[in-house]
Design a protein around this ligand. Structure first.
Ligand SMILES: *[C@@H]1O[C@H](CO)[C@@H](O)[C@H](O)[C@H]1NC(C)=O
Length: 145
């Protein structure tokens, strides 16, 4: 006969998970603001994991780190939540769109060049177009690891 009541140990571990989740939310709730440019294929990373295709998420949501978050290469493989907050041209941001991207390269040496230099992050064209009008060169973003 199937058990309808969960054993107490499972309930406890679920509560712990829940509190862990909440505390993570609180400790990470301070997002940073920065800027994002975009870059286009071919994506042939020279930093991080070279041109290993396995490092690219199948979603095509990835990016190259600018100096502000590069962290001497420690940022490779990190995931960031990114949201467009404004741009020089009103209406550029697509409202209520947050993407999760993975860092696969270093913006200063990427072979495919960013639409604008010296941004916090450079998004793949797919990632950029998911949160903003793709004809924009750069946007202001809120981001959080
Ligand atoms: C995107 O921006 C271009 C020019 O900046 C504009 O012509 C176009 O209508 C915009 N597209 C959308 C979907 O807002």
């Amino acid at each position: 006969m199937p058990r309808l009541v969960q054993p107490p140990t499972l309930q406890i571990s679920q509560s712990l998970l829940f509190f862990f989740f909440i505390s993570q939310l609180c400790s990470n709730s301070l997002a940073d603001v920065g800027t994002a440019a975009q870059y286009s294929p071919p994506y042939l990373p020279t930093s991080c994991d070279g041109s290993n295709p396995a490092q690219f998420p199948s979603s095509n949501l990835f990016g190259a780190a600018g100096d502000g978050i590069w962290d001497n290469g420690a940022s490779c493989g990190r995931q960031y939540l990114v949201r467009c907050i404004s741009a020089s041209r009103p209406g550029t941001c697509i409202p209520d769109q947050t993407i999760q991207i993975k860092i696969v390269d270093y913006a200063l040496t990427s072979q495919s060049r960013p639409s604008v230099d010296a941004t916090t992050i450079v998004l793949s064209s797919t990632a950029f177009a998911t949160i903003a009008n793709s004809s924009a060169d750069s946007i202001n973003i809120e981001f959080q690891q």
